[in-house]
Design a protein. Structure first.
Length: 256
């Protein structure tokens, strides 16, 4: 769930055809009144919204009146869609697919083969997207939404597929392996990524990078939590950083 102005936004999903976006003006929402279905069950070709094959909308990020949704649960479903509530958002109008299905290079977004957008966060006008669910999927991509962000323009991969030795980012193969960027958070301009592995209990790690300096797959990254780094938890027995939150400049990480 999220709020844009006085509009409450709710995402749904679990099985095929369930991935929908609904909205209601706060103060006029009851079980039987006030709700509008904004997305889902379209043709999958913009300006219509995504098709009913999508099971779930696991991520939502709001910038002003623009709503960005991270989709996916199984193969080739990891996509980002956007609609401006100030213009028009219905199941069949107003939607743009802005990430997923690109070539993965030259400013294009990630390729097909990614199951899920597992985390999303804004820092200023820049949208950061975490991917994952299977081997070699744990990557972070960014796009400045003040410019052009679409499937083929504006995207940069900034984390994942490194050697796992700082200043390079984490490695997707090997031990510890990572499959998912489970959660993202910011303190100032420092981006924190909580990682996980869906198949083992070896990958609950936190990495960080200052986006105001330089973050690429091979530069700028530090491993700051997990595997006893900075007196943190042992990597054995912890599979995932499930959540992160910031309070008074301190980062709190929940794992499981």
């Amino acid at each position: 769930m999220a709020v844009s102005g006085t509009t409450l936004l709710v995402t749904l999903g679990n099985t095929g055809g369930d991935a929908e976006l609904w909205s209601c003006t706060i103060g006029s929402c009851t079980v039987t009144t006030g709700w509008t279905k904004r997305g889902g069950d379209g043709s999958g070709t913009p300006p219509q919204s995504w098709a009913s094959v999508q099971e779930i909308i696991p991520q939502m990020a709001v910038s002003g009146t623009k709503v960005y949704l991270g989709l996916g649960n199984t193969g080739n479903e990891g996509e980002v869609w956007m609609c401006d509530l100030a213009v028009a958002c219905t199941t069949t109008t107003g939607w743009s697919k802005v990430g997923g299905g690109g070539t993965g290079s030259g400013g294009q977004s990630w390729t097909t083969g990614y199951e899920q957008v597992t985390s999303m966060i804004f820092n200023g006008t820049t949208l950061y997207v975490g991917l994952g669910l299977s081997a070699a999927d744990s990557e972070i991509w960014k796009c400045d939404t003040s410019g052009t962000c679409n499937v083929t323009t504006g995207w940069t991969k900034i984390g994942g597929d490194g050697t796992g030795t700082p200043p390079q980012s984490w490695g997707t193969p090997g031990v510890p392996a990572t499959t998912t960027v489970q959660t993202l958070s910011f303190i100032g301009n420092v981006l924190y990524a909580g990682l996980s592995d869906s198949s083992t209990v070896l990958s609950a790690m936190v990495w960080s990078c200052d986006v105001s300096v330089a973050c690429t797959t091979t530069t700028g990254w530090s491993s700051i939590g997990g595997n006893y780094v900075n007196s943190s938890w042992p990597i054995s027995g912890h599979q995932s950083i499930e959540s992160m939150t910031v309070h008074n400049g301190k980062m709190y990480a929940g794992m499981g």
